[in-house]
Write a protein of this length. Structure first.
Lengths: 157, 90
């Protein structure tokens, strides 16, 4: 894919920060509002895919190493399993929610019933949302990037 | 018939028997009607996991293994794409 016209590039430049901001909002509020790590990561990755379409895959491929993105994807997986193993260590079960009700980070327990949302609740769920968010952003973007670049190069040796 | 084909036929028929029995032994549609687990999750989501979002508490806490499987699927997809479309050695 070669780059598109100046109008498309300018508009995608203007839209990109808002799309990324919305995706990060969905990831960060995954334990309070609809959405979560998967959904917010897909939003951010689609914003990156918009930049890829507007500027051409060759330009983006020169800017970002795809191995680094793949490493970020693995980092998200390791963080996810690491939090699950911390649950095994501290509360005795795999995926145990050891931070809930502990008054540490994210440890506040909300009152039962329909209550106002508090960002400082949820135990390990915000951490898992964050890990899955990193994983989905890097994973989906590296898939789209590598496949787009491979289809644009004539001789893929 | 060669030995290899014979083994394949035996294993496939064994698999078919397992599938048929699992279809025959499945619950009828809509049953069981009410389970204690549903009620437990709905009532205790807020004091056990500390979230207001019940869906996230099920996806990441009560059914964490399911999410682990989804993450594994994404990891496998990325590994496959990176393996197929890797750059040539110079």
């Amino acid at each position: 894919m070669s780059e598109m016209s100046k109008i498309v590039r300018t508009v995608s430049n203007m839209l990109f920060p808002f799309i990324v901001l919305f995706g990060i909002y969905v990831i960060a509020h995954g334990h309070l509002t609809p959405g979560g790590g998967f959904q917010g990561g897909a939003v951010v990755a689609s914003g990156c895919a918009m930049i890829l379409v507007a500027y051409g895959s060759g330009w983006v491929f020169g800017k970002i190493k795809e191995k680094r993105l793949s490493a970020f994807e693995s980092l998200g997986a390791v963080m996810f399993i690491g939090v699950a193993l911390l649950g095994l260590a501290f509360s005795g079960v795999f995926f145990g929610n050891f931070l809930a009700g502990s008054n540490l980070l994210f440890g506040v327990t909300p009152a039962v019933g329909s209550t106002l949302a508090d960002i400082n609740t949820g135990g390990v769920l915000p951490l898992m949302n964050f890990a899955v968010g990193i994983k989905v952003i890097a994973g989906l973007f590296v898939i789209v990037l590598v496949m787009a670049y491979a289809s644009s190069v004539k001789e893929w040796k | 018939m060669s030995f290899r084909n014979m083994v394949a036929v035996i294993l496939l028929s064994l698999l078919a028997v397992f599938f048929i029995f699992s279809v025959l032994l499945i619950h009828p549609f809509g049953a069981p009607n009410q389970t204690q687990m549903d009620d437990h999750m709905i009532e205790h989501t807020q004091d056990e996991t500390g979230t207001n979002n019940g869906v996230t508490s099920i996806v990441f806490d009560y059914r964490g293994f399911d999410t682990l499987g989804e993450a594994t699927i994404l990891f496998t997809a990325v590994a496959g794409v990176m393996m197929i479309f890797r750059r040539a050695k110079k």
